[in-house]
Design a protein around this ligand. Structure first.
Ligand code: ZN
Ligand code: ZN
Length: 183
């Protein structure tokens, strides 16, 4: 994850899908495509990254030695970004804030501070069905996706949704990518 000056105007921003202009500062998000060992980058306008990837952008800003023209506006966007994972759409991954929840797959507790994946589940309450978050160990997530994802949804695409709804470090992304890559 780093800031860099865009060498061309060709790359589209992952957030708004518009190109990042040549010469503008951009946020380079590193990721590994599930199922391959090829690391890649995808690019964001700083303003767009501030809304979706506030944590990693903040780290990249701290490490960047050059001038960041709209720094005050970026800091304001970062401060306004949802901090709590529960405010983010599902599925998403975060670090368990307590040790109380149990994994939906193995029924074992999810340890406090450990990486977990939150997915939408339906709960029957009397006559009605409500939706709430259920949680999974990374190591249980692949088995869960095999059972629960619609057949036309690929695990890799599903993991992409988890990433785009989460604010994870490179190490946590790698852990999830490995856990969801069979074999
Ligand atoms: Zn953008
Ligand atoms: Zn489990």
């Amino acid at each position: 994850m780093k800031l860099e000056v865009s060498p061309s105007g060709r790359a589209a921003c992952r957030g708004c899908k518009n190109p990042v202009a040549k010469g503008d500062l951009r946020f380079a998000e590193s990721y590994v495509l599930p199922g391959s060992d090829q690391p890649g980058h995808r690019y964001w306008h700083l303003e767009c990254a501030a809304k979706k990837l506030a944590g990693p952008l903040q780290e990249a800003l701290a490490a960047y030695e050059g001038e960041v023209p709209n720094r005050a506006a970026l800091d304001a966007l970062i401060a306004a970004a949802p901090k709590k994972a529960k405010d983010r759409p599902l599925p998403h991954a975060d670090l368990a804030p307590t040790g109380r929840a149990k994994c939906m797959h193995c029924q074992e507790p999810l340890a406090k501070g450990e990486l977990r994946i939150g997915v939408e589940r339906e709960l029957e309450v009397g006559m009605s069905v409500t939706k709430s978050a259920g949680y999974l160990h990374p190591g249980c997530a692949f088995a869960w996706t095999e059972e629960h994802l619609d057949e036309d949804v690929e695990t890799a695409a599903w993991l992409e949704r988890v990433f785009s709804n989460s604010d994870l470090s490179d190490a946590d992304r790698e852990e999830l990518t490995n856990a969801l890559t069979p074999g």
